[in-house]
Design a protein around this ligand. Structure first.
Ligand SMILES: *Cc1c(COP(=O)(O)O)cnc(C)c1O
Length: 485
């Protein structure tokens, strides 16, 4: 054993450095959640950041210095003013579970390499399926992200729905999948990866609330047929990413039933609302889905990346990577504990621990509290925007995603002005919010992911935007100054 290896695996060293890390993270958590930290992000250019970490390696510092330095150079997801992207501030118990799994590193492709996480995974899946309203024939597994989950579900749909054995023989029909034009880009990507081509993705227009206009499903379906395509599936967004609005899943379910199509629900963001008595109705119809994707790292507050892919008929989940499996169901279902038969991953992280630890500590009430708190909070913020002069709310939000913009500028420069505003906010760092383009209009976009975000934080954000707007109006030099930073 070399000296380096002996040092690297020294248990006492791990104990000491581990304690230091937990102390550093606990201080971060306290400082961030109380909002005592001045900034959510201390923005550096990519080149400066790269140079910093190149230099850092030459210094040969202690691990605790590394851990501390990382904290200065990240976006503080636990800060109440961090209301940008849809990544949750990890609930600490889930982070601890991730730490444990990171060291133990059971690969989970086969049962023997992950007994506990495999059993937990089944329990987690059954818990979610029960909340969806699926019966005992349902199943599923955890996988690495909503993007991969959607691709896996659609591959499965293709194998189940295509006439020939497409897994072995390749595609022999022109297949198409229907989705709202507001859906997450990963659905289009999945369709392209599957080789269905540009016309293989049929974009259904949205209505004035940016949800799929289900009255147009038939027309789009007929048009695809006329082009020689066989439509195999419809994807509902619950909700869509840009605006956070839920498609009408009941309508899509009826359409799928009528035409015998696979019904997939991309509930990566808002699937957790099935645990909320208050907001469950947004997902009405989800129990008719053939497959559902729900991200843990969004509205269930687990560490990234942790995604549940659920199937109404568990037996279908075996058909993703081998169509012949349909003749072997009995044997395969006995084999539920060998995960790699059904997952994209071979080696897979022990992500079930991240869910299981939360349910073990707080029950599924945690998910319901989390969703209720954040959806309520976003509605409150939306109301404040509506009541405040110089701002325009795009939509009364369904979820915790709120799009709005500053309006006290000329109409022609409104898009550019809001873009500038968001850029200034980023460099300022007191808040972290994002932006989106809808109907060629530029909007500021907030996702309320943090239970610590309260009314005063929202008010201060609006005040800050007005301040910055006034500065921009008085001089454009500020922008130049920031860009060259
Ligand atoms: C975030 C999101 C995705 C992508 O999920 P990842 O876990 O980031 O890969 C897909 N669809 C919707 C609706 C999303 O909100």
């Amino acid at each position: 054993m070399t000296h380096t290896l002996a040092e690297a695996y020294n248990a006492d060293r791990f104990r000491n450095e581990g304690h230091q890390l937990i102390d550093i993270l606990s201080d971060y958590l306290e400082g961030a959640t109380t909002g005592n930290h001045q900034k959510v992000i201390d923005y550096q250019s990519p080149e400066d950041e790269l140079a910093f970490w190149n230099d850092f390696l030459h210094k040969k510092t202690a691990s605790s210095d590394l851990f501390s330095e990382v904290l200065k150079r990240i976006t503080q997801t636990h800060h109440p003013k961090c209301i940008g992207h849809q990544v949750s501030p990890t609930v600490p118990i889930s982070a601890l579970a991730t730490l444990q799994s990171a060291l133990l590193n059971n690969g989970m492709a086969v049962y023997e390499m992950g007994m506990a996480p495999t059993a937990m995974e089944r329990i987690v899946i059954e818990t979610i399926n029960k909340a969806i309203g699926f019966d005992d024939s349902s199943g599923g597994f955890l996988t690495s992200g909503g993007t991969l989950g959607n691709l896996t579900a659609l591959l499965c749909a293709r194998n189940v729905m295509s006439k020939n054995d497409s897994w072995n023989e390749g595609l022999q029909e022109k297949l198409a999948i229907m989705v709202s034009e507001e859906a997450h880009y990963c659905v289009t990507r999945a369709v392209k990866i599957m080789g269905l081509g540009e016309d293989g993705i049929v974009k259904v227009p949205v209505d004035e609330k940016f949800v799929m206009d289900t009255a147009q499903l038939q027309k789009c379906y007929d048009a695809a047929l006329k082009k020689g395509y066989k439509v195999i599936a419809v994807v509902g967004s619950a909700p869509s990413t840009s605006t956070g609005m839920y498609d009408n899943l009941s309508d899509i379910a009826s359409f799928c039933k009528q035409h015998q199509l696979w019904f997939h629900v991309d509930a990566a963001h808002g699937g957790a609302a099935i645990f909320s008595a208050k907001y469950r109705s947004l997902l009405k119809g989800i129990k008719y889905a053939d497959s559902v994707v729900i991200d843990g790292h969004k509205m269930m507050a687990t560490s990234s990346i942790t995604t549940a892919l659920l199937f109404k008929e568990n037996k279908n989940s075996y058909k993703t990577f081998t169509q012949k499996a349909q003749y072997l169901w009995g044997r395969e279902e006995e084999d539920w504990y060998n995960m790699a038969r059904r997952t994209f991953e071979c080696t897979k992280s022990m992500m079930s621990l991240r869910f299981y630890a939360i349910i073990n500590a707080y029950g599924t009430d945690f998910f319901s509290d989390y969703v209720n708190t954040l959806y309520d909070s976003a509605k409150r913020f939306a109301k404040m925007i509506e009541e405040q002069q110089d701002f325009e709310l795009l939509l009364t939000p369904d979820s915790n995603i709120v799009c709005f913009r500053y309006t006290n500028t000329d109409m022609e420069e409104r898009n550019a002005f809001n873009k500038k505003l968001r850029e200034h906010l980023l460099y300022d760092g007191a808040y972290y919010i994002v932006e989106t383009t809808i109907n060629e209009q530029h909007y500021l976009r907030v996702t309320v992911m943090n239970p610590f975000t309260q009314r005063p934080h929202f008010q201060q954000l609006l005040d800050k935007i007005i301040d910055i707007a006034n500065q921009i109006k008085s001089t454009d030099e500020i922008i130049q100054g920031h860009i060259s930073k």
